[in-house]
Design a protein around this ligand. Structure first.
Ligand code: PLP
Length: 410
């Protein structure tokens, strides 16, 4: 059911795309349309080459000397410093370490300690599970009290008991984006601190942590930063908090002098105190390559392309599958780099698409999610995906038994 006008328009947009050439810097399998870069970013060619070098030269030949000679020891600070300009922060305010989950735990605890007499961590129901579970972990320690309020009621729920407002900037299911500056201001007016989870934002949408006055943030390395499966995450704290913040995982790498081997813990100055154990050198080396590539393309161009892609995909799906409701905000400036659609059999739909080489994903219970990583997705990919989705729905191709069996990772 080709629509030549729409296909033509996709090809024209690709021809005029200033960053189209960067697609060639990713090792994408032929014949695959990859609409899941918001879950696991694609492999940059430079990462494969660099990792080979790090493994053979730095590890194999350099052995333990490479902690100094290859500057392994500063990887968390160095990679954090390269992430900083992508999120409107200063280089010394960001450190790459641990997972997003662990960084959430450390920073929620840090914020609670800075607001004695207040225990409430305010978030929204339906926030990403790990974010909510980390509050529960601190609740079990008697340190926190969880409060959830719907998006429209968050500001009303900010009272004298709230120590921390903790939100995910771009919602992983719907793609809805919070107004970071406005909510940060409201929380501060109520005497609370704010922690933003930037997992679905970094490398995809404009983020200005400093300008918004944000206190803390975390984000993911393996989504739009293309750091590889299970890549280290990052943590941000505004400079004004560096002297007063503490964190509960007081490991030796967060010590002021790790190689003094002292019996008593003394926190390192600044973000280094957010470190716990030995930095994962291979993971950080891969992440550094992904971050450098994103920085090279530039956030302004990535944001412009992301909005263009999602607008085009929305139009194309409205054309080929007019009965499939899009639950992401209609205004591209108010959503992340994804579109989500609701369908009773969204899982089977996602499987039928994958069988055609179009990889999106499913989020329980009824959401088909299509991610648009602007660094390597083409307008024609959006056209192909929309056309296939239309065909799958029209022919009932998704109704096969094999498309109903749920895999462990959806
Ligand atoms: C992907 C994601 C995470 C991932 O956390 P991990 O510790 O890497 O598993 C956390 N929060 C949000 C909002 C995410 O989208």
């Amino acid at each position: 059911m080709t629509d030549t006008t729409l296909l033509q328009s996709a090809r024209e947009l690709d021809a005029g795309d200033a960053i189209a050439g960067y697609r060639g810097q990713f090792d994408l399998p032929p014949g695959v349309i990859y609409l899941d870069g918001n879950s696991l970013g694609a492999l940059p060619l430079r990462t494969a080459a660099h990792l080979g070098e790090v493994v053979r030269k730095q590890w194999g030949e350099g052995l333990i000397r490479s902690w100094n000679t290859a500057d392994w020891v500063n990887l968390p600070q160095r990679v954090g410093g390269k992430i900083a300009p992508l999120i409107g922060a200063q280089p010394h305010e960001v450190i790459a370490c641990d997972s997003t989950s662990v960084n959430l735990f450390k920073l929620i605890a840090a914020a609670l300690q800075m607001r004695p007499g207040r225990k409430v961590v305010l978030s929204e129901p339906g926030n990403f599970p790990t974010d909510l579970y980390m509050i529960a972990g601190l609740e079990a320690q008697g340190l926190a009290e969880r409060r959830l309020a719907e998006r429209a009621r968050l500001v009303d729920a900010l009272d004298d008991d709230v120590a921390l407002l903790m939100l995910t900037h771009v919602h992983y299911k719907t793609g809805e984006m919070f107004d970071m500056a406005a909510l940060t201001k409201a929380a501060h007016e109520a005497g609370a601190l704010v922690l933003w989870d930037l997992s679905h934002s970094t490398g995809a949408v404009p983020v200005q942590l400093n300008a918004a006055g944000a206190d803390f943030a975390v984000g993911c390395g393996y989504k739009y930063l293309n750091g590889g499966p299970g890549a280290p995450a990052f943590a941000y704290a505004a400079e004004r908090h560096h002297d007063t913040m503490g964190q509960p995982l007081t490991g030796w790498f967060g010590h002021a002098a790790p190689f003094a081997f002292e019996d008593d813990y003394r926190p390192a100055p600044g973000m280094e105190r957010m470190l716990a154990g030995t930095p994962p050198v291979l993971g950080l080396s891969a992440l550094e390559q992904g971050v450098e590539l994103v920085a090279e393309i530039g956030m302004d161009r990535l944001v412009e392309k992301s909005r263009g892609l999602s607008e085009f995909l929305r139009r194309a799906i409205a054309h080929f599958a007019p009965d499939l409701p899009c639950i992401s905000p209609a205004d591209p400036a108010q959503r992340g780099s994804q579109l989500s659609f609701r369908h009773e059999n969204a899982y089977a739909l996602s499987q039928a698409l994958i069988a055609r080489g179009i990889i999106g994903d499913f989020r329980d219970p009824d959401i088909l999610r299509l991610g648009l990583a602007p660094a390597y997705i083409r307008y024609e990919d959006c056209y192909r995906a929309a056309e296939a989705l239309g065909e799958i729905l029209q022919t009932g191709e998704w109704e096969r038994d094999e498309f109903m069996q749920r895999a462990a990772v959806t």
